[in-house]
Design a protein around this ligand. Structure first.
Ligand code: UD1
Length: 417
C-alpha cells in the first residue's frame, strides 16, 4: 500500500503529454475478442484497470502481449467463456466482455459487479438489451450467465444513455443476425472511438456520437491496428491542477473538442484557455470566481470531473452549487475536502461550496479514482503538508500521475504506508 505526501506547490508550469483514454481503452480491448487474428492497439495507458481487462481476455484463451503502450491481442482460439470471479469482481469494466463474448461464443459467465463507493451501479440496462436480442439470462451464486443460440438484431431504447450499456449492445450487435438500433444512446467520445475501431475492423456502425446508433450485424471482422483517443478526464484533471495553483501549463496529445464542457466551465471561473490542434494552454490568475455545475451525459459536464471541480470551487470567490445527476452517491470526497478546510454542505445530489481563501494540509483518503485525484490536486494548493492514502484508486485510472505532476513542479512523494 502506498500513499502520496504532497506539499503546497506554488504555480504549476511546463508541459506534459496526455495518455490514452482508460474509458476508451477498456471497451476496445474487450472488442478485440470479436476479431479473428492479430489486433494491435496503440496509445493504451499502462494502468491496473487495463492490465486486469487483458487478464480476463487471457482467461478466455486470447493471447495478449504488451509493449509499453501497445497491446497485441489474438483471440483466434477462445476456449473458455467464464471470467473468473477474482478478476471480474475487481473491475466494473469487466462487464464489457459480455457483448463481444455473446457475439463470438454465444455465451459468457461473469460475476455480478461488486458494490461501488459511488453508487449501486446496476447493469439492468445491459441485460434488458441482451434479452431483447434473444439472449437468455440466468443469475445465481454471484454470477450472471448470458447465452444465445441465435443473437438477433433489435430496436432498443435505453431508459438512460448508459455508456457501458451502449458499448455492450454495439459489440453484441456486430455479431447478431440483422440490424440493431439503439435509441437514447450515450454520445460520449469513447462510444465514437469504439465505433471507429469496430468500423476499421469491418463493422457497419452508423450514428455513433448521436443518440441513435444503427449497427448492421454479421459483417465479417478482420483485425486492424488502432490508436485510442487521448484521455479527456486526465486532461481535465491537469487543467484543474493548473487552475488551482494559479499556474501556466501546456497539455499535448489532447482533442480539445472532447473537453468543450470543461473548457467552458473553467473559462466561466476566469481561467484563460487556448486550444490549437492537439494542444491546450491553460493560464490561471487568482482570484477565480464561483460557478454552478450540473453533471450530465455528454456533451454535458462530465461526472468524472465533478470531484475535481469541487476541489477548485473550494478556493474560488463566492458560493457554488454542484448538482450530481449521474451517480447517486458521488460526494465521498466532500468530507475529506472539509478535513482540508473546505466549506461544503451536501444535501442528496447537491453540494453547496462556500469558497475559502485557502485550504490546509491534512491526512485524507482516496475513496475512489476521481476523488483521489481531486484530493491530490487540492493538496497542491493547501498550506502545509497533506497525506493521501489508498492511492491504488488513483493508479487504476491515471498513468504516471505523480511523475507528470512532478514534471509540472508539484511537490509530491510516493511512499510506502
Ligand atoms: C462509464 C465510465 C465512468 C463514467 C460513467 C458516466 C467507463 C469504464 N466508465 O461508466 O468513468 O463515470 O460512464 O459517464 O467507461 N445505470 C443503470 N443501469 C445500467 C447501467 C447504468 O441504472 O444497466 C446507471 C448507473 O448506475 C449510473 C448511470 O446509469 O447511475 C450512468 O452509468 P453508465 O453511463 O452506465 O456508466 P458506466 O458505463 O458504468
Amino acid at each position: 500500500m502506498f500513499k502520496y505526501i504532497i506539499e503546497q506547490s506554488g504555480h504549476l508550469s511546463g508541459e506534459i503529454d496526455i495518455s490514452g483514454s482508460k474509458n476508451a481503452a477498456l471497451p476496445i480491448i474487450a472488442a478485440s475478442l470479436l476479431a479473428d487474428g492479430d489486433v494491435v492497439l496503440k496509445n493504451i495507458p499502462c494502468l491496473s484497470d487495463t492490465t486486469l481487462m487483458c487478464d480476463i481476455l487471457k482467461c478466455f484463451g486470447a493471447k495478449v502481449t504488451a509493449e509499453k503502450n501497445t497491446l497485441y491481442i489474438n483471440s483466434s482460439n477462445l476456449k473458455n467463456y467464464i471470467a473468473p470471479y477474482d478478476l471480474s469482481s475487481k473491475i466494473r469494466g469487466s462487464f464489457l466482455v459480455m457483448g463481444p463474448m455473446l457475439a463470438r461464443c454465444g455465451k459468457v459467465r461473469i460475476s455480478l459487479p461488486g458494490g461501488c463507493p459511488i453508487g449501486t451501479r446496476p447493469v439492468d440496462l445491459h441485460l434488458k438489451a441482451f434479452a431483447q436480442m434473444g439472449a437468455e439470462i440466468l443469475t445465481g451464486h454471484g454470477y450472471i450467465d448470458v447465452s444465445s443460440k441465435k443473437l438477433t438484431g433489435a430496436k432498443i431504447h435505453l431508459d438512460f444513455p448508459s455508456v457501458g450499456a451502449t458499448e455492450n449492445i454495439m459489440m453484441a450487435a456486430v455479431g447478431a443476425n440483422g440490424t440493431t438500433y439503439i435509441g437514447n444512446a450515450s454520445q460520449e467520445p469513447e462510444i465514437v472511438d469504439l465505433a471507429n475501431f469496430l468500423n476499421k475492423s469491418g463493422a457497419k456502425i452508423y450514428g455513433a456520437g448521436t443518440d441513435e446508433i444503427k449497427i448492421v450485424g454479421r459483417t465479417p471482422l478482420s483485425p486492424c491496428e488502432y490508436s485510442v483517443i487521448p484521455d479527456r478526464i486526465e486532461a481535465g484533471t491537469f487543467m484543474v491542477a493548473a487552475a488551482i495553483t494559479g499556474g501556466k501549463i501546456t497539455l499535448n496529445n489532447v482533442i480539445p473538442n472532447h473537453l468543450s464542457p470543461v473548457i467552458a466551465k473553467l473559462t466561466e471561473l476566469g481561467v484563460k484557455i487556448s486550444a490549437k490542434n492537439t494542444t491546450i494552454n491553460i493560464t490561471a490568475n487568482s482570484p477565480l470566481h464561483c460557478a454552478d455545475v450540473k453533471t450530465m451525459p455528454h456533451p454535458g459536464f462530465p461526472t468524472d470531473m465533478q470531484a475535481l471541480m469541487m476541489s477548485l470551487l473550494s478556493v474560488c470567490d463566492g458560493t457554488s452549487v454542484i448538482c450530481e445527476t449521474i451517480f447517486e452517491n458521488r460526494f465521498m470526497h466532500a468530507p475529506e475536502l472539509v478535513r482540508m478546510g473546505a466549506s461544503i454542505k451536501t444535501d442528496g445530489r447537491c453540494a453547496i461550496i462556500n469558497g475559502r481563501p485557502y485550504l490546509t494540509g491534512a491526512c485524507v483518503k482516496a475513496t475512489d479514482l476521481r476523488a483521489g485525484a481531486a484530493l491530490s490536486i487540492a493538496a497542491l494548493c493547501a498550506k502545509g503538508k497533506s497525506e493521501i492514502s489508498d492511492i491504488y484508486h488513483i493508479e487504476r485510472g491515471y498513468e504516471l500521475f505523480d511523475e507528470k505532476l512532478i514534471k509540472l513542479g508539484a511537490k509530491i512523494l510516493k511512499v510506502k504506508r
